[in-house]
Design a protein around this ligand. Structure first.
Ligand code: BDR
Ligand code: CA
Length: 315
């Protein structure tokens, strides 16, 4: 039976690739895609979720949720990597839908409507919506099966400040609330996601232009490659979100360790930093599994195979 998932995303080209795979993965049933501000503004993130769905047009459309700003506003965005609109300024036309419910309501409704413990939330952006959903429905942490989150760093540096990873930095208070919640959680941090860099060879493996997924990815990926070269001098791209989707869908390819994690919510140098109690005798209680390793070659194979399946299935 397909695994029920809610994708919480801030597209972002990285999130867009993960969406393409998840929406057409026969092993997943995507109940909802909920937008959150991060790589771009909340309004743009909502528009991008609709754009991606229209471009891919999967046989079954999930519910959509609209993003709103985090309580303290967004301190940063991903324009440096993904362009002003988050999708490489590709200017897709989109027939915007009116009256979308807020993302946090959609999350609560979908988890309540499904049987207890059957829904996995795959959180690929700031944790604003997940924290708000937990305020809206305080039982949510025990009703949801698992939350698999892309964010933070255990030993390595951040990627938006020397100490903070982008998703956590965007809304540290929400990240802290989710870390503290009683939910079952798996964190996929930069330490693991940074290990994969997809090179230009990716273009040889994408579905061709005659498929919707091939057309879409061939349009949005070149700006991402340009962003990574400009920003980091890299001849390739990181796909943090797609790797996190793989951790949710193919957990056997990842090694995890139980850890006790928290988030720094203020500090001149450390706002948004994830902190783990890794002392010999920790005083904090374990509150999540953290990915510490992966079989990188097999993860790459699973990503390519997921994209190719999506290309074939969407037509
Ligand atoms: C995360 O930040 C965003 O730029 C990506 O979409 C990913 O979710 C990586 O730090
Ligand atoms: Ca993201």
């Amino acid at each position: 039976m397909a695994r029920k998932v809610i994708l919480d995303v801030d597209p972002g080209i990285d999130d867009a690739m993960a969406m393409c795979i998840a929406l057409l993965d026969p092993a997943l049933e995507v109940l909802a895609v909920t937008a959150v501000g991060g790589n771009c503004s909340p309004e743009q993130a909502t528009r991008n979720v609709q754009t991606i769905l229209e471009q891919i047009d999967p046989p079954y459309w999930p519910r959509l949720g609209a993003a709103s700003a985090p309580d303290d506003g967004l301190p940063v965005d991903g324009r440096h990597l993904y362009g002003n609109d988050g999708l490489g300024e590709t200017n897709f036309l989109v027939a915007e839908r009116q009256h979308l419910h807020p993302s946090e309501k959609v999350i609560c409704d979908q988890v309540r409507d499904a049987s207890e413990g059957s829904v996995t939330i795959v959180a690929l952006g700031p944790l604003t919506n997940i924290a708000r959903a937990m305020i809206l429905d305080p039982e949510l942490p025990s009703l949801v099966g698992e939350i698999v989150m892309m964010g933070g760093a255990v030993s390595g540096p951040g990627n938006i400040t020397p100490t903070a990873e982008f998703n956590i930095y965007c809304d540290p208070a929400s990240a802290r609330a989710v870390f503290h919640s009683r939910s079952t959680k798996t964190l996929v941090p930069l330490d693991v996601t940074n290990r994969i860099v997809l090179s230009y060879d990716l273009f040889n493996q994408l579905p061709d232009e005659s498929t919707k997924v091939g057309r879409f990815l061939r349009e949005v990926l070149p700006p991402a490659f340009r962003g990574y070269r400009r920003q980091f001098g890299l001849e390739g791209i990181h796909v943090h979100d797609t790797i996190t989707l793989m951790a949710a869908a193919h957990g056997e390819l990842f090694t995890t360790e139980e850890m006790a994690g928290d988030v720094e919510t203020s500090g001149d140098l450390t706002t948004g930093m994830t902190v783990f109690d890794r002392r010999r005798v920790p005083a904090w209680r374990h509150n999540m599994d953290v990915a510490v390793d992966m079989r990188a070659d097999e993860v790459i194979d699973a990503i390519i195979s997921g994209i190719r399946t999506a290309g074939a299935k969407a037509g």
